[in-house]
Write a protein that binds this ligand. Structure first.
Ligand SMILES: [Zn+2]
Length: 244
């Protein structure tokens, strides 16, 4: 297995029974272990899969708390349990400033690496590429590639950005799909159908949807996304494992 995706939490915007914790994923790429989005509730889930001290780097898509809040607990774990400093955190502008308001000092614990549209990075065997999405604060989608396999995570985005910003034919696209046809809200998120259509246009080999707004029935989201994608679609559920 070149790339492995474990869902820590998939609940859209706030924690709820079906999606569990907010956005967070453990991605193993080659031998690199990445924690991608650290939404509230995901640190507790991370412990089920590995010792959080063994994470090689953190990737945070944006400063909204449902995508970054558990960096706070991780800072305490690293500083006072692991006695570690210099954990690499790749994040767009805004994340560090937002969290700094509630932390005394995390400058030693985290090695902040501010990234922007088009930036690339390497963590061990994993190659990362970032793309700015359509969201009110600086937000980065990320591609994680290792051993010829590619995972693309859209993070949060409205319909003015698409996964086609990356090379076509990713092995797996993990797309936000907050809304449904009958419940489309402000255009800072995608409907499931839009997620499906964008993944189809980008010739994704496989589509997994996440970040479904909790009151919605995710089975309807899966159905609408599959119509847009033109092929079966899977749902990110807490604990789910996808291998590439
Ligand atoms: Zn957001």
């Amino acid at each position: 297995v070149a790339v492995e995706l474990v869902v820590l939490g998939a609940s859209g915007s706030y924690g709820a029974p079906r999606g569990g914790a907010c956005s967070g994923y453990l991605v193993r790429a080659g031998r690199a272990r990445l924690w991608v989005d650290t939404g509230n509730g995901t640190l507790a889930e991370l412990h089920r899969h590995l010792d959080p001290e063994d994470i090689d780097a953190v990737v945070v898509s944006h400063e909204h708390p449902d995508h970054c809040a558990d960096l706070l607990g991780f800072q305490v774990l690293l500083k006072w349990k692991a006695r570690r400093s210099g954990m690499a955190v790749y994040a767009p502008a805004g994340v560090r400033e937002r969290l700094a308001a509630v932390v005394d000092d995390f400058e030693e614990t985290f090695d902040w690496r501010t990234v922007d549209d088009g930036d690339r990075a390497e963590v061990g065997d994993a190659r990362l590429r970032f793309a700015r999405t359509d969201h009110p604060v600086p937000t980065l989608a990320v591609e994680v590639a290792a051993e010829g396999r590619r995972l693309v995570y859209t993070a949060d985005t409205g319909p003015k950005w698409s996964v086609a910003a990356f090379e076509p034919a990713a092995d797996l696209v993990l797309s936000e799909a907050s809304y449904q046809d009958a419940s489309a809200g402000a255009p800072l998120h995608l409907t499931a159908r839009q997620a499906g259509e964008a993944a189809r246009a980008a010739r994704a080999r496989r589509l997994v949807i996440t970040h479904v707004w909790p009151p919605l029935d995710p089975e309807v989201s899966v159905w609408e996304a599959a119509e847009g994608f033109g092929a079966p679609v899977e749902l990110a559920r807490p604990g789910a494992l996808f291998t590439l």
